[in-house]
Design a protein around this ligand. Structure first.
Ligand SMILES: Cc1cc2nc3c(=O)[nH]c(=O)nc-3n(C[C@H](O)[C@H](O)[C@H](O)COP(=O)(O)OP(=O)(O)OC[C@H]3O[C@@H](n4cnc5c(N)ncnc54)[C@H](O)[C@@H]3O)c2cc1C
Length: 357
């Protein structure tokens, strides 16, 4: 795969990473953004998509998902969509940054798990509490099974389990909302049967959602299987059955065509600890005037950083991203004018934003 040359890399497409991309774009520093999740928005989308946020300046109230959409819309001049695919060309989702290596010329080689490679001149770590990765069933046999899934496809047309038996593992909001979403897809994309698998007959979800799912179980629209998965049958790289250990001590086979594990996400700092900057209790230590880490050219913004007085708030992350971008500009393009320009009045910023002056 060809190496991508770019001024900057932003690790994490959470709210702060998205705003970082916007600030870098305003300063004419191009960027690529990478996130482990299939959707941009970080915690706002992964942990509280429908909950209201009341303390973003100028936005009296919006949900987590709405904030992510607003940030994407704001950053659009610098995170453009491909006309044909509709995909953002410099936003790489479902991928995790695996290594950041300093280069002799002062830049960095950045590599991802999916094999992307970048040469860049500055790195912005906007990694929150780490890469959000799905919790697993902890069964080694399942690793790499082709019909094991953790995420719902974005479009019904790409649902791989249409017309087949799908087992959804989990008893929390993520699992129950997946049941609701899948009972709502067009008939041609719908599974022929859904079994909800949970270790006990007790769910942890919004009361209305739980009541709805329990009604579907009573009506026979979905089946409920109770017990702990203790093993799996694998054939030709696919899981064909889970071994379920019941409360009575009996193990039974639960046959399936596809397995969707919805046990929530857990943040993993992962390879970040080896990237050569100073960490203070799993946070990146930064200087509060530049948000640069102890490694020159690597910045850390948002929930991942720490400095005296740090507050893990969106507003603070946005401030950090702004100052970090200005500091990087001074380092990377010292010949470019560094004076502050306003988006209201600057013809240059209007040009970069693609708006009329
Ligand atoms: C329930 C809840 C309610 C909240 N309410 C508010 C509120 O009302 N007001 C407020 O100001 N704040 C609130 N917060 C805090 C706010 O959500 C965080 O401060 C904010 O999300 C931090 O943004 P971030 O971009 O730094 O990190 P995150 O949102 O955590 O995003 C980091 C992203 O980086 C990705 N990532 C990490 N490592 C890698 C890697 N190696 N490779 C690729 N991707 C990686 C992760 O997958 C993730 O998507 C709330 C938090 C929670 C949990």
């Amino acid at each position: 795969m060809a190496v991508i040359n770019t001024d900057t890399i932003v690790i994490g497409a959470g709210p702060v990473g998205l705003f970082q991309a916007f600030q870098l774009g305003l300063l004419s520093l191009n960027t690529h953004v990478i996130d482990a999740l299939p959707e941009a928005g970080g915690q706002c989308v992964a942990l509280y998509p429908d909950k209201p946020i009341y303390d973003v300046p100028g936005v009296p109230v919006c949900t987590g998902r709405e904030l992510a959409q607003l940030l994407l819309a704001q950053a659009r001049p610098f995170l453009p969509r491909d006309d044909a695919s509709g995909q953002i060309t410099n936003l790489h989702l479902n991928d995790q940054v695996a290594s950041v290596q300093p280069r002799a010329d002062g830049g960095f080689d950045v590599a991802t798990r999916q094999g992307l490679q970048f040469h860049c001149r500055a790195v912005f770590v906007a990694a929150g509490a780490g890469a959000f990765v799905p919790r697993t069933l902890n069964l080694a046999a399942l690793e790499g099974a082709a019909n094991l899934h953790y995420h719902l496809p974005e479009a019904p047309a790409t649902i791989p389990w249409a017309g087949q038996h799908l087992v959804i593992a989990g008893g929390g909001e993520e699992a129950l909302s997946a049941v609701a979403a899948l009972l709502d897809v067009p008939a041609n994309a719908s599974p022929v049967a859904i079994t909800l698998l949970h270790r006990r007959d007790q769910f942890q979800a919004e009361p209305a959602l739980e009541a709805q799912v329990r009604a579907w179980i009573v009506q026979g629209r979905i089946k409920l299987a109770l017990g702990v998965p203790s093993g799996a049958d694998i054939q030709d790289g696919r899981v064909t059955a889970l071994h379920i250990l019941g409360a009575d001590g009996v193990t039974q086979a639960l046959h399936l065509d596809h397995l969707l594990v919805r046990l929530g996400l857990s943040p993993k700092l992962g390879p970040l600890v080896d990237w050569g900057f100073r960490l203070d209790r799993k946070q990146v230590s930064v200087s509060p005037d530049s948000f640069q880490s102890s490694a020159t050219g690597i910045y850390a913004v948002g929930d991942i950083n720490t400095y005296p007085g740090k507050k893990r708030l969106l507003l603070c992350g946005f401030h950090e991203a702004t100052l970090a971008a200005h500091h990087a500009l001074a380092q990377l393009k010292p010949d470019q004018p560094q004076h502050l320009q306003y988006t209201t009045t600057s013809a240059l910023l209007h040009q970069r934003l693609g708006v009329a002056s």
